[in-house]
Design a protein around this ligand. Structure first.
Ligand code: SAH
Length: 217
């Protein structure tokens, strides 16, 4: 086994399975997703480590176990229309697009969006749209079957759950460091939402994230 393959095998066995990612199709996807292609040059040997790898512009990739767990919990199907807020390296975009019908991914830093486009180029996926902009409070008027916010938000803006189709799932990491929770919110009926706390997860906040209204004297 080559070093890279061994590192990938160890990542799945030691980081990802213990994080309750046991679905065969997710583990299979991780084996073929080439995380090393999305990690900046010079850091390729860390591609499968239990780390948040820096991408520049003050941004880091998620830990592999969080990416895997989130993708599993979204229960994507081939017809799902997905919105990702925060393209970063494009790696999560690649995972989502392998399971869903179409992924629209928004990034606030144009240079990162350009890097993700290059990283994703090798995959020739025709079901990905990359857009540049600030999506901290929602994005356009379309509705989606799955939405994932890759930056945390102290308060979840209602626009995101209102952009879900019935049956749609929203994955958001809500709270202030160091106490944050990855939440899965499902729109079970037009006016009914169910929230499940998936796991504790602390990631950097979205730029311009919604803040709680502070009491002012
Ligand atoms: N999914 C990424 C992780 C990205 S980290 C990966 O696999 O690499 C979060 C990303 O969200 C960063 O790229 C950051 O620039 C972007 N971001 C932060 N605030 C944003 C906002 N308001 N709108 C859109 N993207 C934002």
């Amino acid at each position: 086994m080559r070093n890279m393959e061994l590192a990938q095998f160890n990542m799945i066995e030691q980081q990802i399975r213990p994080c309750e990612v046991l679905e065969g199709r997710i583990l299979e996807l991780l084996k073929h997703a080439h995380r090393e292609h999305f990690v900046p040059t010079g850091m390729k040997e860390l591609a499968f480590a239990d780390l948040e790898i820096p991408l520049g512009h003050g941004v880091t990739m998620w830990q592999p176990k969080l990416e895997a767990r989130v993708v599993q919990e979204l229960h994507l199907t081939r017809t799902d229309k997905v919105l990702e807020v925060g393209t970063g390296s494009g790696y999560l975009t690649a995972l989502l697009s392998a399971l869903a019908g179409h992924v629209t991914s928004i990034e606030i830093v144009p240079e990162l969006s350009a890097m993700a486009k290059q990283n994703l180029g090798a995959y020739r996926r025709d079901n990905i749209t990359l857009e540049i902009g600030d999506a901290a409070h929602g994005w356009g008027n379309d509705t989606y079957d799955a939405i994932v916010l890759t930056g945390s938000t102290p308060v979840l803006p209602p626009a995101f759950q209102n952009s879900l189709n019935v049956g749609g799932r929203l994955l958001a990491i809500v709270g202030d460091a160091p106490v944050m929770e990855a939440k899965l919110i499902t729109r079970v009926a037009p006016d009914t939402f169910e929230t499940v706390n998936i796991m504790e997860a602390c990631v950097a906040p979205l730029r311009n994230a919604e803040q709680p209204k502070r009491f002012v004297f």
